[in-house]
Design a binder for this molecule. Structure first.
Ligand code: S3P
Length: 171
């Protein structure tokens, strides 16, 4: 049987599930480059995600996200952290190994420092965010190559992702 060769690892999951922090650790452990879609957009626009939402609107942000993931996945060998809405509004290249960081909504809220919560416009109203979580969860699962239970301790689930990726072929 031929094994599939992936170009990149793409981390998906709800806001605040730890995609960026986990991505940086994975990149270090696996000797890959790390890129964060939100950070790239903020640098290109010279504005924070909250400012982009406020001044240009969510649709404008979604368009930037689509362009960003499209151009990033032309390259290889990266660990890419996405914003929580990216897999809902954009296509992710089929050549990506997509890891869904699957944490319960309450676990996410508990782990997230206040400063991090303040950066996320869609997390300001907790009950609406809970509904968004419920709406999105199946879409995350459907797109994932690998789903990791992120309710366990952070080092434990990072270890599981590393083991999985090492079993695959990622360029
Ligand atoms: C969003 C998630 C955020 C950011 C934006 C919208 C979403 O990224 O892209 O606030 O729609 O879930 P994180 O997942 O890093 O919080």
């Amino acid at each position: 049987m031929r094994t599939k060769v992936y170009d990149n690892v793409v981390l998906i999951g709800f806001m605040g599930s730890g995609k960026t922090s986990v991505g940086k650790i994975l990149a270090r452990k696996l000797y890959k480059d790390f890129v964060d879609v939100d950070t790239m957009i903020e640098a290109e626009e010279n504005a924070s995600v909250s400012e982009i939402f406020e001044n240009k609107g969510e649709a404008y942000f979604r368009d930037l996200e689509s362009k960003c993931i499209e151009s990033l996945t032309q390259k290889k060998g990266q660990i890419i952290a996405t914003g929580g809405g990216l897999p809902i509004y954009s296509e992710i290249s089929q050549k990506s190994l997509i890891v869904y960081i699957d944490a319960d909504f309450d676990v996410i809220l508990e782990r997230l420092p206040k400063k991090e919560k303040a950066k996320r416009p869609l997390l300001q109203d907790v009950e609406r965010a809970r509904e968004l979580y419920a709406k999105r969860i199946d879409m995350y699962k459907d797109q994932a190559t690998f789903i990791v239970d992120a309710n366990q301790s952070i080092p434990t689930f990072i270890h599981m992702i590393v083991d999985y990726i090492l079993d695959q072929r990622v360029l």
